[in-house]
Design a protein around this ligand. Structure first.
Ligand code: URA
Ligand code: CA
Length: 433
């Protein structure tokens, strides 16, 4: 087999065979096929697309390029959730204990964040004592005993994806549905998920800014999942403005605690119930989405989800008193309100710009090596559609720096206030099963 022929075939719009796809992934991972040939193939795929079968084959080949996590010692159907990324996305911190509280095993492998705010592990580490440095045996025992545990990333998962993604990044081929879909799905499958719930974000703060593209990506991933035997569902949710009110690590932990006690922001609570219902159905813990939702709502109301969160923190060394008293979380030295310059209705809060402001405060990493400040960030008091009076606080800045001029400027630039009525954006645009 020759890479040249594979490139030519795809260039001319033909379907690649399983052998051809496995050949190029295999030989590219081992370094036997050079970047320039794979670049040409990526560009051919960008223009010619891939069939559903090719996409599934590509995903499996990427999974097989490295290690796979074996979760077979954990009882039940392991459901993983993946978000295509947003600003102030606190859902994992809430969903993990919430669905665990109704019997869904959550065996979560997580990473540290790059960009706006930290990742799930960074956020959890704002709870004093909490750590993810546990052995894989301990991880499996904890999930069997408590239904939920989080472990740091380890092993050589999907090395082909790492190479492909870096190459696509510099060859203008990131934005291709078959390539994105196989990249995301391969990572979830290699991490051991039996079933997958996808939260595909759309809007100004999302990777897929356009709703139709978001739907196309969601459909592509659901199709790959079903072809490779991992049941997959997707929700298309709004990321034109930040989700919930808090953006910042410890601030988001507090928001998660509020939500688990039934006092969370409406949008964040709704999205967690929507995604959670899918996880419960895929884990066979309810017959349909409505029955699943009733279970989750009960668990929020009767305190079971909140209790599960405390068990989870304790079992990984965390101080569970934080759950009853969030003032024990890291706290910034300065709290400053941002007053509205005019009266009117909030018409937009550009999510990625708010994310940039949070980074300027130190909440996120610019590079993998940066240190982050867990205490800083922003808490919104107004969302799109809310009426505001001149001088009323739009948000609170939590900072450890005196000079907040540039950050305030950035925040003012990202919030628009207009005269007249504005509808709040639709939160759940579509559900794909
Ligand atoms: N996120 C991924 O993990 N892969 C892509 O290709 C794009 C976004
Ligand atoms: Ca949030």
């Amino acid at each position: 087999m020759r890479m040249y022929d594979i490139i030519e075939k795809k260039r001319d719009g033909q379907e690649l065979t399983e052998q051809e796809i496995e050949f190029f992934i295999d030989k590219y991972t081992s370094g036997e096929i050079p970047d320039y040939q794979v670049s040409a193939l990526m560009m051919a795929i960008y223009f010619q697309d891939m069939t559903e079968k090719e996409r599934a084959t590509l995903t499996t080949a990427i999974v097989q390029s490295g290690d796979q996590i074996d979760l077979s010692q954990i009882e039940g159907i392991k459901v993983d959730k993946h978000s295509t990324g947003g600003v102030g996305d606190t859902t994992t911190l809430i969903l993990a204990p919430l669905v665990a509280s109704v019997g869904v095993p959550v065996a979560k492998m997580s990473g540290r964040g790059l960009g706006h705010t930290g990742g799930t592990i960074d956020k959890l580490e704002s709870v004093p004592g909490f750590h993810v440095e546990i052995s894989s045996d301990e991880f499996i025992d904890l999930v069997n005993k408590n239904k939920v545990a989080v472990i740091g990333q380890s092993g050589n998962l999907t090395p082909a994806d790492k190479k492909l993604y870096s190459l696509r990044d510099v060859t203008a081929t990131v934005n291709s549905i078959p390539l994105i879909a196989s990249s995301i799905m391969s990572k979830k499958i290699a991490a051991g998920a039996d079933a997958i719930v996808l939260d595909v974000k759309t809007g100004a703060g999302a990777f897929m800014k356009d709703l139709n593209e978001a739907k196309e990506l969601a459909n592509a991933m659901v199709s790959i999942g079903s072809l490779v035997g991992r049941k997959t569902m997707a929700v298309i949710s709004d990321m034109s403005q930040p989700l919930g009110n808090a953006i910042g690590n410890a601030l988001e932990v507090k928001e998660a605690i509020d939500t688990l006690q039934g006092n969370g922001p409406k949008d964040l609570t709704e999205l967690c119930l929507t995604l959670g219902s899918q996880m419960v159905v895929l884990a066979n813990k309810a017959n349909d989405l409505e029955a699943a939702r009733v279970k989750l709502e009960e668990s929020l109301q009767n305190g079971k989800a909140f209790e599960q969160f405390k068990i989870f923190l304790r079992s990984q060394g965390g101080d569970d008193k934080v759950a009853d008293d969030p003032s024990l979380l890291p706290k910034a030295s300065i709290q400053k309100e941002l007053p509205a310059k005019t009266s009117g209705t909030v018409s937009s809060i550009i999510a990625d710009q708010i994310g940039t402001a949070a980074m300027m405060l130190g909440a996120g990493r610019a590079t993998k090596e940066s240190q982050i400040d867990l205490s800083v960030g922003v808490v919104l008091h107004k969302k799109v559609g809310d009426v505001v009076e001149q001088g009323e606080s739009l948000l609170t800045i939590h900072a450890n720096q005196e000079d907040l001029e540039a950050v305030s400027e950035k925040l003012y630039d990202s919030i628009e206030i207009v005269d007249g009525n504005v509808e709040a954006p639709v939160l759940i645009n579509d559900i794909i099963t």
